[in-house]
Design a binder for this molecule. Structure first.
Ligand code: ADP
Ligand code: MG
Length: 683
């Protein structure tokens, strides 16, 4: 069989089972082989019965020490009980509802058992262990057994068998992605060998080698992709700004003083803008630190220098909000700001497009529409991407490709550790806004359980009575948008029958049309709605200073950084603000995480904690940073390997910038495939 053949044609897999595999993202043999174990069971570890310790999963080699007892328990379960020994000690072995065992026990004298040890008094016991007659052991015991991610209806044994069949049925090798010189210089095994050793390791040492090879491959593909995406940006020149001193004039018109951090960052950006080498700068700053006005200041300089500026935001709501903020901020000058979103009416869009082309519009704010639609500029000099972690690697460079000579600024509130940012954004300069505007009161955060519901409700009503507004974030459901929307309606209904009975409330969710979302957001902004019930669509950027309370249901299910972003929707005005985390789980892990939220409001510290508690896989998920999902490589613990892969990728592109050599075609295809979901990376 060939690697692109459907698993449907593997021995033992019918249509039904093929569908189940589909659920795991597996449709071809190649997919199946890349469906890697999430762990292993060490069934090679044969222990003495006398030394067994409670809780360990180990093998023993034993024979029956007495008869077999078979009876029906009061619960109705069939129980088979035996006593076994290896000469060093005696143990109990018990099976529930396993009628086939009796025959097996009669057929051999000696057995290999693999199972978890429990203690009955001082005697060790295994319940429902895996068992083989010692003479034919090696199929299921005496080996390192892979444990795969599975799904309902598809068990470990079925996946294992499918993988075994795939390994032997494949008549053509998987294409080798790593160039030979790379494999040689980093001592990496061939792909076919790695595949075998990762699914059926001979030893833990050979598994480690296989894992190293596959992780390297993953990093190498990622780094090659990032380097290719970055290429466009690096070359060429940019139009130096004629005037940045004018920013002073802009700042004087603001209703507040800029913070020191804002001023410093504006200066850092300005000195880039005066040069004819393109700026590639990342502004990091916690939620609420005032990134928008920094962006506005430098866009002002663009306009005063006779250039246009574009700003891209990840959601329509945020784009609209920025559009309004900028229109307001630039009102004292003759600066025309326009909006471009997918949800706009055709006529409006047409008007915007022609104004950008003929130069009568100076600034455009928009969503993805800015890069997907045929937008042409008169003289674009500056591209800004807000909440850049919401965009794919490719998407964030596309805006900058709208003009040849352009400066690029990206902004984010999601901090990542320094070492990682060097690798992920190696060619970006970083500016930090590490100060919040004066007078911000710390958001009071509490984690509560259902018992406190009534007290919370009373508190919410008192805040609303004082004229404040509140957010409710729905219980998080990950399954599908439809379920999510239903769950949200249910939630709103419950609230309306209870605490929100006499309060005007509306809902906002991902499935609403942009225009519908806008209407709701506008009403909330104007104070016509007192409570906004929402899924996480409000997570990014929304700015309603009068809102003072955020209630988050099932808070334990969110990442800490995400909770921090959500919480950042309140505490934006002069009011004391509150964040109430309803937490259904009383487990230590959940408690620990909630405690972090209650104790600190420093986004960087929270991100670090989040990373520490959840591990980098989830923390740096695809969504966060627009990178292909890492299935094997660990962005934290494999840092060294990641660096090697980065060096190797750079060396390769030095030699063949477009990967045009025949030998590199499998790599090129893999890079394209990996980044495809993120909007593609190559032309
Ligand atoms: P973020 O960095 O999260 O994007 P925003 O740009 O939305 O934050 O700013 C949050 C709020 O703080 C806005 O209402 C903005 O007008 C206000 N703001 C920004 N800078 C200052 C400042 N220097 N002093 C007072 N308020 C400010
Ligand atoms: Mg913002």
């Amino acid at each position: 069989m060939k690697r692109k053949d459907s698993v449907r044609y593997l021995k033992g897999i019918g249509e039904k089972r093929a569908e189940l595999f589909q659920k795991l993202g597996v449709s071809t043999l190649e997919d199946l082989l890349y469906h890697l174990p999430r762990g292993y069971e060490d069934r090679t570890d044969v222990r003495d019965v006398s030394g067994l310790v409670e809780g360990e999963s180990v093998c023993v080699r034993v024979s029956l020490a007495g008869g077999i007892r078979s009876f029906r328990a009061r619960t109705g379960a069939r129980v088979i009980q035996s006593t076994m020994t290896d000469g060093t000690g005696v143990m109990y072995v018990t099976w529930f509802n396993a009628p086939y065992v009796e025959k097996k026990l009669r057929n051999s004298d000696e057995f290999i058992l693999f199972g978890k040890v429990s203690m009955r008094g001082r005697t060790p016991e295994m319940i429902n262990p895996v068992m083989e007659g010692a003479e034919r052991a090696g199929n299921i015991t005496g080996k390192i057994i892979p444990i795969y991610p599975c799904t309902a209806g598809l068990n470990q044994r079925q996946i294992r068998e499918a993988v075994q069949h795939a390994l032997v049925s494949l008549t053509e090798p998987l294409p080798e992605i790593l160039p030979e010189f790379v494999r040689n210089s980093y001592g990496l095994m061939a792909l076919s060998e790695a595949m075998e050793q990762v699914h059926m390791p001979d030893s833990f040492a050979s598994f480690e080698e296989a894992r190293r090879r596959l992780a390297f491959e993953e990093f190498f593909v990622m780094q090659t992709g990032i380097a290719l995406a970055g290429k466009e940006r690096k070359k060429g020149s940019a139009i130096p700004f004629a005037d940045v001193k004018c920013i002073k004039e802009f700042a004087e018109q603001l209703p507040f003083d800029l913070t020191h951090a804002q001023k410093r960052v504006i200066n850092e950006i300005s000195s880039d803008l005066l040069k004819d080498t393109p700026m590639n700068r990342l502004v990091q700053g916690d939620v609420g630190c005032g990134k928008t006005v920094v962006a506005a200041a430098v866009m002002f300089a663009a306009v005063q220098s006779g250039l246009q500026a574009a700003m891209m935001a990840p959601t329509e709501i945020l784009a609209k909000q920025h559009y309004e903020t900028l229109t307001r901020l630039f009102a004292p000058w003759n600066i025309r700001v326009v909006l471009l979103t997918g949800g706009q009416k055709a006529a409006e869009k047409k008007e915007t497009l022609s104004a950008l082309k003929d130069g009568s519009a100076h600034i455009v704010v928009g969503t993805h529409a800015l890069i997907t639609d045929k937008v042409e500029f008169f003289r674009l000099g500056l591209a800004i991407t807000d909440e850049q972690h919401r965009f794919g690697v490719r998407q964030r460079t596309m805006l900058s490709e709208k003009s040849e000579k352009i400066h690029t600024l990206v902004m984010t509130a999601t901090p990542i550790p320094r070492t990682l940012s060097l690798i992920l954004y190696g060619d970006l300069d970083i500016s930090l806004i590490d100060e919040l505007p004066k007078g911000r009161k710390k958001i009071k955060t509490v984690a509560v359980d259902e018992e406190k519901r009534e007290a919370v409700n009373q508190f919410l009503l008192s805040q609303i009575a004082e004229g404040r507004q509140v957010y409710f974030v729905c219980p998080l459901i990950e399954e599908s948008e439809v379920i999510e929307a239903n769950a949200e309606e249910e939630y709103l209904k419950t609230l309306k029958q209870g605490v929100l009975k006499h309060v005007t409330a509306a809902a906002l969710h991902g499935r609403m049309k942009p225009s519908e979302k806008n209407v709701v957001m506008q009403q909330f902004l104007k104070g016509e709605i007192q409570a906004l019930v929402s899924t996480t669509v409000i997570e990014v950027g929304v700015d309603v200073p009068n809102a003072s309370v955020m209630v988050i249901e099932n808070a334990e299910r969110f990442g800490l950084s995400q909770l921090h972003q959500l919480r950042g929707r309140v505490g934006r005005g002069e009011w004391q603000s509150y964040c109430i985390l309803f937490c259904a789980s009383g487990g230590t892990f959940a408690r620990q995480r909630m405690a972090v939220m209650c104790e600190t409001d420093d986004g960087f510290k929270i991100a670090e904690k989040d990373l520490e508690l959840r591990g980098p896989g989830e923390f740096l998920g695809t969504r966060q940073h627009g990178l292909p999902e890492m299935r094997i490589g660990d962005l934290m613990t494999d840092m060294h390997l990641l660096k090697e892969a980065q060096t190797a990728a750079a060396a390769l592109l030095q030699e063949d910038a477009k990967l045009s050599a025949i030998a590199y075609q499998p790599l090129k295809a893999k890079v394209e495939e990996s980044f495809a979901k993120l909007g593609g990376i190559l032309n």
